[in-house]
Design a protein around this ligand. Structure first.
Ligand code: SF4
Ligand code: ZN
Length: 326
């Protein structure tokens, strides 16, 4: 088949849009979708100036999604003095996985010449994810610990770097999976959290604690995973494809299979899930805003993080791992 835009041989066919595209028109279409999302989510406020630029911290893991996000953002804003990009990589301490992906991050940030910060669980918490997975003092999946540690590192460093936004590389498949998981579990609070963690919501946050969190954004959330992978491949970007050996999200895997099957039989399913879900999640988030744990928020006795208890969850988990490892 030939590209519908220019007639040269197509490299891809998107069933949900019916389009066949050549390499150059495909790459442009990925870039256009990301830039449209940046505009529609109003990531760059009108009052940003070259004298007072916006600092955008990009979570860079070395996987295809965050590499593609960083590359396109860099190309979009390299000449724009109103935006400064900083890449932030978290080293979890996972042998045979993280060192390799860190190499991909370093190759990219060297090539683009952007500021790059690397933070390790070992330096921050005195532990590695390999130890956590071995000791498992709370009887949880490794990802449950890792998620708590990652959120802590991201929010503290985003603040330390004076970030105006924290951007992550979630793609359309990631988002549609999370949406479906939230709907199927019937967990409305989780849905409200997902919305507040960036379904384009940060400019609408109205709760009294909004200032304590750096707004999040996911500019790649309109692009399917396969297309992100193809883009990285066609542009020969440095990426690390292996899966984390502690990956344990069995339920997400089931949902992923389900969605891939639905998408094949009913192209456009992921897009339609997200269209309805975002509106629904906005209503749910409004319902919980300023409700529940809001008024009782205090500071962790040990690290000062915002929490409803004496010790925050991260400090609790770090302590449990250290005790088990002693
Ligand atoms: Fe951490 Fe789980 Fe991701 Fe591995 S798969 S890096 S354990 S969250
Ligand atoms: Zn704490």
């Amino acid at each position: 088949m030939d590209c519908e835009k220019c007639g040269t041989p197509a490299v891809m066919h998107a069933a949900y849009s019916g389009l066949h595209l050549c390499e150059s028109h495909f790459c442009r279409s990925v870039e256009k979708r990301l830039r449209r999302r940046v505009r529609d989510d109003v990531l760059l406020p009108d009052d940003a100036t070259p004298e007072d630029p916006e600092t955008w911290v990009v979570g860079l893991s070395g996987g295809k999604d965050s590499v593609v996000l960083t590359q396109i953002l860099h190309e979009t804003f390299a000449e724009d003095p109103r935006v400064e990009l900083v890449a932030l990589t978290i080293h979890e301490g996972i042998q045979g996985y993280r060192d390799e992906s860190l190499d991909a991050c370093l190759a990219l940030t060297d090539d683009l010449d952007i500021r790059h910060e690397v933070v390790s669980y070992e330096e921050e918490f005195g532990l590695k994810m390999d130890d956590v997975a071995r000791e498992d003092p709370e009887g949880m999946a490794p990802c449950a610990y890792c998620g708590v540690f990652r959120r802590d590192v991201l929010s503290r460093y985003a603040e330390a770097l004076d970030a105006d936004k924290l951007l992550t590389g979630h793609n359309l498949d990631d988002e549609a999976q999370t949406a479906l998981m939230n709907v199927l579990s019937g967990d409305l609070r989780q849905m409200a959290k997902h919305f507040d963690a960036s379904l384009g919501s940060f400019d609408r946050r109205g709760d009294e604690h909004a200032d304590e969190f750096v707004p999040r954004a996911k500019p790649l959330r309109d692009v399917p995973e396969k297309e992100v992978a193809l883009y990285a491949h066609l542009r020969e970007l440095p990426t690390h494809m292996a899966e984390c050996p502690h990956s344990s999200e069995a339920y997400r895997g089931e949902i992923q299979e389900l969605l891939l099957g639905l998408e094949e039989n009913h192209p456009g399913t992921r897009h339609s899930i997200m269209a309805g879900y975002e509106e629904f999640a906005a209503i749910v988030a409004e319902r919980f805003r300023g409700d529940g744990d809001g008024p009782n928020l205090g500071e962790c006795d040990r690290c000062g993080a915002t929490t409803t208890r004496d010790l925050c969850r991260k400090c609790e988990l770090v302590e449990a791992v250290h005790e088990a490892d002693a």
